[in-house]
Design a protein around this ligand. Structure first.
Ligand code: UDP
Length: 195
């Protein structure tokens, strides 16, 4: 994947179509791929926290989610093809999943939010089987159980909607135990989808 460096963070230069093609191969590989949707807040978090920076360094793909990131790449003289917003990428992956019969797991947000988001996504993309739904309010005692339930579901896509500072380190720490192929932090997306 061609990348451009923004404060030491390697951001993909691919357009949406190329990004989906790369992630299609990631699903076929059955190996974990953490996708980080970079915006300026997350790059700041990485500059301030070693764990967030490590998640960025070890992510398999970082897409330019924020207009500020697209702007910075342009400013540093090595532009990206286009903005690849996380919310749009979620929908593009569900669309591709319709054609290829993928499964998805939704983790994060409040219980009624994630249930409603799952219902709406299932209606919009009926051929993507939603194999699990779990709210994002859990702590250390529940962590192993959450991981185990995802691992048993073996989803092609795992969307994680928690706050920006914790979702990426959590994914980075556990991606090899989750049994999911494409794992993407989607922040407040379930709130938007649930209306
Ligand atoms: N969230 C969660 N668990 C937490 C904290 C937040 O599931 O421990 C969810 C929250 O319900 C929302 C999403 O994460 O759906 C994004 O939260 P917020 O907007 O507070 O985070 P930000 O994107 O501002 O960092």
């Amino acid at each position: 994947v061609p990348v451009t460096s923004i404060f030491g963070v390697n951001v993909s230069k691919l357009d949406m179509k190329g990004t989906v093609a790369v992630l299609e191969r990631a699903v076929a590989s059955k190996k974990p791929h953490q996708v980080i949707t970079a915006n300026p807040i997350m790059i700041m978090a990485a500059l301030e926290s070693e764990e967030n920076m490590r998640a960025m360094r070890e992510a398999e793909l970082i897409v330019p989610d924020g207009a500020g990131v697209v702007w910075a790449a342009e400013e540093f003289g090595d532009p990206v093809a286009e903005r690849v917003a996380g919310f749009d990428l979620l929908h593009e992956l569900m669309k591709r999943g319709e054609e290829l019969g993928w499964t998805a797991y939704l983790l994060g947000a409040a219980e009624e939010v994630v249930q409603e988001a799952a219902g709406r996504l299932q209606k919009q993309y009926p051929k993507v089987r939603i194999v699990g739904v779990r709210n994002g309010y859990f702590g250390a005692p529940e962590n192993a159980g959450v991981i185990e339930s995802i691992r048993q579901a073996q989803p092609d896509l795992l969307f994680v909607a928690r706050d920006a500072k914790t979702q990426e380190p959590w994914i980075a720490r556990h991606k090899h135990e989750l049994g999911a192929s494409v794992i993407m932090g989607v922040g407040g997306s379930f709130d938007v989808i649930s209306g």
